[in-house]
Design a binder for this molecule. Structure first.
Ligand code: HSE
Length: 436
């Protein structure tokens, strides 16, 4: 069979990794698939970069249209949502199969791009958009197809997982851990998307859509990052037997779908709680298989390229067999997609950790617990730290509630916050037991 022509647009970390995987593992891939994939054209703004990475300018072009014209598969690795979107739309319109690693593009514009791909009977694949090298899209859409999935939770951002690990293991403040992550090249110079949780939110939006068969809609995903996380809470969580992770959570709660990203306490005994450093992990709960856990590199040149190449190979097989895409974009048939209700964050039920900064005096604990009792909320654990200040008797009361509606917890917080003994802002961090 003729070689399958691959055009790469964007030759940064993942683009050059994709070239490397396709060339260095050319024979390995051929042994497995019987197919030959040839990088045909490479477009990037920086010609010198391409020459530096592959040793010559033979494949280089500054013309994106040329890549689209002369390729069977167009690989979009530019990032961002402006030019990348134009490129993908143009390629799909020209009936060229597309592979992208662009999570923002899929989370924000995937709905329309999927429709365009379907209209043109063309594959649009995005394995590398979620959790880099972990083949989680394929796992959910194919490996777990026999299951109804009730929830998926994931450590989907390596930068923040590195920061949280450093805070826990080495007692670093958030700012120091972030600086260290930047020095090691884990965090971008502008790490906003990582630390504000936006990157993880793009990824959980995509996972929620293929787990529940709901059209992509990023605007309904709740996002809270780790910027204001205090080292004190990381330490207190450990003392209580929990670990704080930035989790992406997609849950079907009695047909209300929760899609959220926020710092979360999880029991430290769970396997996923022990995923440290810049790694990713995803826990998927299927009604037949039970909980399954996937772990690996969520970023990096070759790891992400490994997922890009898996998509390229899948498309190569389709081209070879001359069939239309077998796996629907969402993993569900078009007529089975539903616009389920997405829960507002105030409607969710979850566990909660509260840290209440108080001035200690007799009756304060009794005063606090009565607010929970009045709303019928059971306190599962409560600790008062001994005050180290003989002047103002300042200390913290820690409370763990294993299940409550967020709006009720917010009412309790508001009541306690207004009391004279409450010295500063009450800290609320959500908690998930991940046990059913
Ligand atoms: N900034 C991302 C991370 C890269 O830290 O995980 C992969 O999406």
């Amino acid at each position: 069979m003729d070689k399958i022509k691959v055009g790469i647009i964007g030759f940064g970390t993942v683009g050059s990794g994709t070239y490397k995987v396709l060339t260095e593992n050319f024979q390995e891939i051929k042994n497995k698939t019987g197919l030959s994939f040839q990088v045909n054209k490479i477009a990037d703004l920086n010609k010198e970069l391409v020459v530096e990475k592959i040793g010559n300018a033979d494949l280089y072009t500054d013309n994106i249209n040329e890549v689209i014209e002369y390729s069977d598969i167009v690989v979009e690795l530019i990032g961002g949502t402006t030019i990348a979107r134009e490129v993908v739309e143009k390629a799909l319109t020209k009936k060229k199969h597309v592979v992208t690693a662009n999570k923002a593009l899929i989370a924000l514009y995937g709905k329309d791009l999927f429709a365009l791909a379907e209209k043109n009977n063309i594959a649009l694949m995005y394995e590398a958009a979620v959790a880099g090298g972990i083949p989680i899209i394929k796992t959910i859409r194919e490996g777990l197809v026999g299951n109804k999935i009730s929830w998926v939770v994931g450590i989907l951002n390596g930068t923040t997982n590195y920061i949280l690990s450093e805070m826990k293991n080495n007692g670093l403040s958030f700012e120091t851990a972030l600086k260290q992550a930047q020095e090691l090249g884990y965090a971008e110079a502008d790490p906003t998307f990582d630390i504000e949780g936006i990157d993880a939110a793009h990824k959980i939006t995509i996972l929620a859509s293929i787990v529940f068969g709901i059209p992509l809609n990023f605007s309904e995903t709740f996002v809270e990052g780790i910027r204001s996380l205090d080292l004190a809470d990381v330490s207190y969580a450990e003392e209580l037997g929990y670990r704080i992770k930035l989790l992406g959570i997609a849950k079907n709660n009695n047909n209300k779908i929760e899609i959220r990203v926020h710092p979360t306490l999880i029991p430290s005994s769970r396997l996923i709680a022990n995923v440290d450093g810049p790694m990713n992990a995803i826990l998927v709960n299927g009604n037949m298989v039970g909980p399954t856990l996937y772990y690996g590199a969520g970023a990096g040149s070759e790891a992400t390229a490994s997922a890009v190449v898996a998509d390229i190979v899948d498309i190569g097989r389709l081209i070879h067999q001359n069939v239309i895409p077998l796996i629907p974009n969402y993993g569900f048939q078009e007529n089975s997609l539903t616009h389920k209700n997405i829960a507002n964050i105030s409607e969710i039920t979850s566990g909660f950790y509260l840290r209440i900064p108080i001035r200690d005096s007799s009756g304060v604990l009794a005063n606090i617990t009565k607010f929970f009792a009045s709303k019928n909320i059971s306190i599962d654990a409560m600790t008062q730290k001994e005050s180290k200040s003989s002047i103002d008797q300042k200390t913290d009361v820690l409370i763990v509630v294993k299940l409550a509606k967020e709006s009720i917890i917010d009412e309790i917080i508001k009541d306690i916050q207004s009391k004279e003994f409450c010295l500063s802002k009450i800290i609320k961090i959500r908690l998930e037991l991940l046990n059913k």
